[in-house]
Design a protein around this ligand. Structure first.
Ligand SMILES: NC(=O)C1=CN([C@@H]2O[C@H](COP(=O)(O)OP(=O)(O)OC[C@H]3O[C@@H](n4cnc5c(N)ncnc54)[C@H](O)[C@@H]3O)[C@@H](O)[C@H]2O)C=CC1
Ligand SMILES: O=C(O)C1=N[C@H](C(=O)O)C[C@H](O)C1
Length: 251
């Protein structure tokens, strides 16, 4: 049985995770952490980790970047791992998370769906062939109108995966409105669309002379992310300290 503390339990993803875990015989949510106390849960909910003394095997985090340090301190004090799904973290926070992964196992992925993990590999393969052939690379992501961070963590992770193939020589271009110049070859354009209830779409566009190749992933429900997160929560306990990715679990 995997005992889970769910940070962000009263949010949209938190509620989907709670439903999935309730139907799972091998996992249970032993406590929730949420600054908002807007609903009644089937487990105790605390406003912060400081007020929580519940023992667990792992934390799942779908919340906000605020106070990520408090969660890391709690996990280190209990010697448990974190499945970190929150996006929009600053460079400084990412450095603190890396540092913590020397003491505890941390599974961090901006996108917990299997599909994005797969297309990341396809996109890297396409980049390898098409960048040399002169194709321009652009990423377009689309999400619901409640999403606060832009571009999405997944768009940035896709850009990083592409840039890895390109020896990290490309720059990210988020806004062209102030420019009056043609795009440079060594850039990856990243655009964000926000509207309605779009769950999550990521499209990588390779635009060449007279032809365009597009690789796209569409999430039709938040359950694809939640299932991946619960699977990661079962995978992590007992693992040595370190940083884990979707590929570690899938391999
Ligand atoms: N890695 C992945 O596959 C996915 C990641 N996400 C990310 O997960 C995060 C949450 O997404 P949603 O559930 O849609 O957002 P949401 O806004 O519906 O829920 C966030 C919840 O976290 C709570 N919260 C905010 N600050 C907190 C803090 N300091 N401590 C404890 N609770 C806090 C809020 O009160 C809220 O209930 C976002 O960063 C989003 O980008 C979302 C979907 C998939
Ligand atoms: O906020 C969301 O909803 C999502 N956020 C993640 C991201 O920023 O990449 C993943 C997913 O697309 C949904």
């Amino acid at each position: 049985m995997t005992n889970i503390i769910l940070r962000g339990c009263n949010g949209k993803m938190g509620q989907v995770i709670a439903d999935i875990v309730e139907a799972d015989d091998d996992a249970v949510i032993v406590a929730g952490i949420d600054v908002s106390q807007n609903r009644v849960a089937k487990f105790p909910v605390y406003q912060s980790f400081q007020k929580c003394n519940v023992k667990a095997d792992v934390i799942i985090d779908f919340s906000a970047p605020v106070n990520v340090e408090e969660m890391l301190d709690f996990a280190k004090s209990q010697g448990i791992g974190i499945v970190l799904c929150t996006t929009g973290l600053s460079k400084e926070q990412l450095a603190i998370i890396d540092e913590a992964s020397r003491e505890i196992p941390i599974f961090r992925s901006a996108n917990m769906s299997m599909g994005i993990n797969l297309i990341t590999k396809l996109v890297q393969e396409a980049t390898y062939i098409l960048a040399d052939a002169g194709y321009d690379i652009e990423i377009v992501e689309r999400h619901h109108n409640k999403k606060v961070d832009a571009p999405s963590g997944t768009a940035l992770a896709l850009a990083d995966a592409i840039n890895q193939v390109l020896n990290n020589e490309y720059e990210y271009k988020f806004d062209r409105s102030a420019d009056r110049v043609a795009r440079s070859k060594k850039e990856i354009g990243i655009s964000a669309v926000r509207g309605g209830t779009i769950v999550g779409e990521h499209e990588v566009i390779f635009a060449g002379t007279d032809e365009v190749i597009e690789i796209k992933h569409t999430a039709y429900s938040k359950a694809v992310f939640a299932k991946g997160a619960v699977q990661a929560a079962k995978f992590l306990p007992g693992k040595p300290a370190g940083m884990y990715r979707m590929s570690d679990m899938m391999d």
